[in-house]
Structure formats: structure tokens, C-alpha cells
Design a binder for this molecule. Structure first.
Ligand code: KIV
Ligand code: ZN
Length: 498
């Protein structure tokens, strides 16, 4: 029988730490339920001591999800562990994930400590967590840069103390695949009692090697992988779930299996991207828009003769359905509900009615409504309770003339209007906006993305605006790209602490 590889999803913890990607509890529950359908074994639901929001999300996800184990992160600190245990009270299967930095730089600069004391703290944390739960995972932060001999001592000590899983994070994404694989092999061969626990990979992608390192870990004995949907995560991200799942599925030479229902990969990817406002790069393996697009003549010719000439994955195996762009102005509520459900969104009847009204308005503006449009519409009420709203926007621009914009805002119900000229329509509109919101704020980043292909498409805008030494992230989506830009700027302002 093949060995089983456990999939530990940390989209809602390590993934959600990305600035601008924060989800509210309802959105986290939606993602967690989709992860359950996808078939992950463990959902890392948050770091409960870090904020009341994280604490509450772990509670609510524990109630909403049945099959996967729910995991809560802690430092090797008793109070963190107490709070994690409390947050996990409703989980059917629960795990506490505790740990401490083990590399020399973490020991010296982060903890001002020494190697022996770190082992004592690690052991104490695991023993303390075992008082609450049977399933305790220990992480040796920065294990990638920890020397193997010392790491083996740490791993041996925490397994003796009761750790059921030991996580070997390449926290900085520094290791080469050969080096990371050798580290796992060394631990498998040198740790007494290694078979009483499972070794886990947790690789970051700073040098683009996260998936390669994870697979090297698996090939050398790791039986759990820590991953995120679309590979999201701090800096360059974490190992992406879909890549590992499809490598295992495509490579019969790797005699191992996962519980992932690969046909749920694409809908899960779209849901996470849409809720987190985090675009997927077009050439991203497995889930990027171009992942299965054969554009060169030679490739197209080969694929037409026999699809296997250039395609190692059938797009249907990851849930990409060619017929997914089917909704038009003539589609009814039932068709919309059906498509939403395929994308993992199951609104109440009232919410469905609201989405349907917006759907009809959008269908007036563009012919085909695709999955991304629908997900944007389903999330559109996120701005409904905003204090500042765009009431209207009028822009004139062209070649050889200066752009002029006038706009109206409602701020807590009160109306304001302003006009300005600028170097292009977005500049003019933002200058008019700034005349009303008279604060010192600076646009730091501005990304425009068309959702799919047509000129009538919805445009998505991501923005970062600096105000009072903080950077705020905003998002807007509209068939009018200037309006989407102003909405994204307003989304940032609505988040200002003022
Ligand atoms: O990258 C890392 O080391 C982590 C740990 C907290 C598990 O995310
Ligand atoms: Zn991490």
C-alpha cells in the first residue's frame, strides 16, 4: 500500500499574514469549508493569542468544519498555549502547533539565549500543550539554517516530550532542494524515536524553491507538507498546495498518496484569490490563466494531433471546466446559484437576490459573465458598510487635452463634491478625491488587472496608500477602470485609523 502524505493547509494563518489579504471571520469560514471539500487533513486556522479576531476565527472555524483537524499556532509560551486550547474547544479534532527558533541567529538575537535553554523551553512547551490535547506539533523555526546535529537533538527531545508531528521550516526560503532533502534524511536517520512522530515540511519561496524543497523533503521521509492555496504567504509566499498535489498525482514513480480531490483545486484557487484580493500570476503552475493555454503554432499543432504531446495534466483534473463561462443577461437566479455553489459560495436567498440584481446590471454592460465576475459580485457588499462611498464620477480625457474629473462622495451620509484636472484621468480623479479628503496621503502602489479577456471586462485595481506612517491596502472592481481606481483609493481611506 502507498504511504499517505498529510496535507496541512496554512492559507488561513501563514497565507493570511500577507498585508492586504486579511479576511473576516465569515470569509475564513467560507475558505475553511472549501478546504474541507478539497480534502486537506489539517487546517491551521490562526494564531489565537495574536488578536481577538484570530481567536474568534479559530472558534468559528472549529464549529463549522467537521473532518479536518483544526490547528492553532502558538509561541513556546504558556499563555499562548492556554489561549490556543481555549480557542480550539469546539474542534472535533484539535492540534496545537507550538515552537521556537533554533538557528544560531534566532537563539542569539531573538531570544538572547543559548542552545540548551532553547531545548528546555521547547520541551516545556510541548509538555504543557500535551496537557490540553493529544496532537501537538512542534516547529523549529529557521530549521533551514539550523545545523543538523543540533536540530536532531531538538527533534529528539520534543518527540520524547510528546510531540506527534515535528515541523522543519525553511523559514527564510534559503535552502537548496538537495540541502533540505539531506536535512530530512539526516533527521530520519539520526533521531532516536523518529518513528513516533511525523516530520513535516514548511518551505518558503524566497528563492523560488519552495515546492522543490517540499518534494525533496517528501522523497526523504517527510509525511506531512505545509502549504497554501495559490502559494500565498509572506514575502514570496509558501509552497503551493496545488503544485504538490498535482506532482504527487502525475508522478506514479512517487509511491505516495494524498486525500486531495484535485477537481476542487481550481474553484478553491479562484475563491481564495477573490476573497483575499490577491491576483494569481497568469503563468502560475496549475491555476494560472495561461497554465493550459497553448499559444505557439508548433504546440497548438501538437496538441491537436494528440493532447499528450504538450499537456501532462488534463485541465478537468484540476476542475477547469471549458464551459464555465456560461452566464449571460438571460441566465436566471437558479443558474447563478448553481455557478456560485460550484465556486463554493452558498448565499442565503436574500443575499442571492442582491447578487442577482448586481449580476443583471453587469450583464447589461458585458456579454459573458465569468467566474471571477461572479466572485467579485458575491463579495461586493464588503464595502456596503463603508463610511466613505463614491456617489458619482465624471471624467473627460483624451489625447492632447488635460484630463478633468468631478466626483461626489458620501461621508457618513453627508454629500461632498469636488473637481480637479490632472495628468491623466486617474490622476485627475484622485486629485478631486483629495480635495475632499484633505489628508497627507501618498499612493505607494497601483496595479490594474483585467479579469479575463474582453474589452468590456471588469477591471480589478489593487492599491497601497501611505497615511500617518502606515500603509493601507485597497481594492476596487468595475467595468470602468477609472471608477475601479477611485473605489480602491476610497477602500484604503476607509481603513485609515483616524
Ligand atoms: O515559517 C515559519 O517558520 C513559520 C512557523 C511559525 C511555523 O511559519
Ligand atoms: Zn511560515
Amino acid at each position: 500500500m502507498s504511504d499517505r502524505l498529510f496535507i496541512f493547509d496554512t492559507t488561513l494563518r501563514d497565507g493570511e499574514q500577507v498585508p492586504g489579504c486579511q479576511l473576516n471571520t465569515v470569509e475564513k469560514i467560507q475558505v475553511a469549508k472549501q478546504l474541507e471539500l478539497l480534502g486537506v487533513d489539517v487546517i491551521e486556522a490562526g494564531f489565537p493569542v495574536s488578536s481577538p479576531g484570530d481567536f474568534n476565527s479559530v472558534i468559528e472555524i472549529s464549529k463549522a468544519v467537521t473532518w479536518p483537524a483544526i490547528c492553532a499556532l502558538t509561541r513556546a509560551v504558556q499563555r499562548d498555549i492556554d489561549v490556543a486550547a481555549e480557542a480550539l474547544q469546539f474542534a472535533k479534532r484539535k492540534r496545537i502547533h507550538t515552537g521556537i527558533g533554533t538557528s544560531d541567529s534566532h537563539i542569539k538575537y531573538k531570544f538572547n539565549s543559548n542552545r540548551e535553554e532553547i531545548i528546555e523551553r521547547a520541551v516545556a512547551a510541548v509538555k504543557y500543550a500535551r496537557k490540553y490535547v493529544d496532537d501537538v506539533e512542534f516547529y523549529a523555526e529557521d530549521a533551514g539554517r539550523t545545523d543538523n546535529e543540533y536540530l536532531a537533538r531538538v527533534v529528539e527531545a520534543v518527540i520524547k516530550a510528546g510531540a506527534t508531528v515535528v515541523n522543519i521550516p525553511d523559514t527564510t526560503g534559503y535552502c537548496l532542494p538537495s540541502e533540505y532533502g539531506a536535512k530530512i534524511k539526516y533527521l530520519m536517520e539520526h533521531v532516536d524515536g523518529i518513528h513516533n512522530a511525523i516530520l513535516s515540511t514548511h518551505c518558503h519561496n524566497d528563492l523560488g524553491m519552495a515546492t522543490a524543497n517540499t518534494m525533496a523533503g517528501v522523497q526523504n521521509g517527510a509525511r506531512q507538507v505545509e502549504v497554501t492555496v495559490n502559494g500565498i504567504g509572506e514575502r514570496a509566499g509558501n509552497t503551493s498546495l496545488e503544485e504538490v498535489a498535482m506532482i504527487i498525482k502525475c508522478h506514479n514513480d512517487i509511491d505516495i498518496e494524498t486525500n486531495i480531490n484535485t477537481q476542487k483545486i481550481y474553484p478553491t484557487s479562484r475563491m481564495v484569490s477573490s476573497l483575499m484580493n490577491m491576483p494569481v500570476q497568469p503563468n502560475k503552475a496549475i491555476v494560472g490563466r495561461n497554465a493550459f493555454a497553448h499559444s505557439s503554432g508548433i504546440h497548438q499543432d501538437g496538441v491537436l494531433k494528440n493532447v499528450q504531446t504538450y499537456e501532462i495534466i488534463n485541465p478537468r483534473d484540476v476542475g477547469i471546466d471549458d464551459n464555465s463561462i456560461v452566464l449571460t443577461a438571460r441566465s436566471g437566479r437558479a443558474a447563478l446559484k448553481n455557478r456560485l455553489s460550484a465556486l463554493g459560495v452558498n448565499p442565503t436567498q436574500d443575499k442571492l437576490n442582491e447578487i442577482y440584481d448586481e449580476f443583471l446590471k453587469l450583464a447589461d454592460k458585458k456579454k459573458d459573465i465569468n467566474d471571477d465576475d461572479i466572485l467579485v459580485l458575491a463579495g461586493a457588499d464588503r464595502s456596503q458598510h463603508h463610511r466613505i462611498k463614491l456617489e458619482y464620477l465624471q471624467v473627460t480625457s483624451g489625447v492632447g487635452v488635460r484630463s478633468v474629473a468631478s466626483l461626489g462622495l458620501s461621508i457618513s451620509g453627508e454629500k461632498f463634491e469636488a473637481a480637479a484636472s490632472g495628468n491623466g484621468p486617474v490622476d485627475a480623479a484622485i486629485k478631486a478625491l483629495k480635495k475632499i479628503i484633505n489628508r497627507h496621503m501618498t499612493l505607494k502602489e497601483f496595479t490594474i488587472q483585467a479579469i479575463s479577456k474582453g474589452s468590456d471586462d471588469m477591471g480589478k485595481v489593487h492599491m497601497q496608500v501611505e497615511y500617518d506612517n502606515h500603509v493601507y491596502y485597497g481594492f476596487g472592481a468595475n467595468t470602468d477602470i477609472i471608477a475601479a481606481s477611485v473605489e480602491a483609493y476610497i477602500d484604503c481611506i476607509n481603513k485609515f485609523k483616524m
